[in-house]
Write a protein that binds this ligand. Structure first.
Ligand SMILES: [Zn+2]
Ligand SMILES: [Zn+2]
Length: 141
């Protein structure tokens, strides 16, 4: 166990009711907020928070199996949520090798490498909430 490098160990997560559970492994890729219209409608809030992980390291471990998928862009992008409690969990671009995970679905969001480094779709963001700065070019990585 001790030979697993920081950042590549399994991370667990799931939905509010616990039906959907997952493990992801590998390096987190580009944690960011998104204020696009799709994310706002789905979240019921002004932003969603996202981080990518290698698809090959993803396992659905809960009794509910995979989330319910909704094609936000048919044939291109689908978003996964729990059909029981409504929690938003994941997004997947068909044929991609990365799974997008909602930061809010992870059990532990305190890892410094999960701090959002940018915000997408600033132009459709609400005016009353400060935006996350673009720090991706200044990261200590
Ligand atoms: Zn649930
Ligand atoms: Zn979005």
């Amino acid at each position: 166990m001790s030979d697993i490098a920081v950042g590549t160990a399994g991370r667990t997560g799931g939905c509010l009711c616990g039906r959907i559970r997952f493990v992801v492994t590998g390096e987190p890729d580009y944690p960011h907020l998104c204020s696009c219209p799709h994310c706002q409608k789905r979240a019921g809030g002004p932003v969603q928070s996202w981080v990518g992980f290698p698809l090959e390291g993803l396992r659905w471990t809960g009794d509910g199996g995979e989330p319910t998928w909704y094609d936000t862009f048919p044939g291109e992008t689908k978003r996964g949520f729990c059909s029981t409690c409504g929690s938003h969990i994941a997004a997947f671009d068909y044929n991609d090798t990365t799974i997008g995970i909602n930061l809010s679905a992870l059990d532990d969001q305190d890892d410094p490498c999960l701090v959002p480094v940018n915000q997408s779709f600033r132009g459709t963001a609400v005016a009353w909430l400060p935006q996350v700065a673009d720090t991706q070019h200044h990261s200590a990585g």
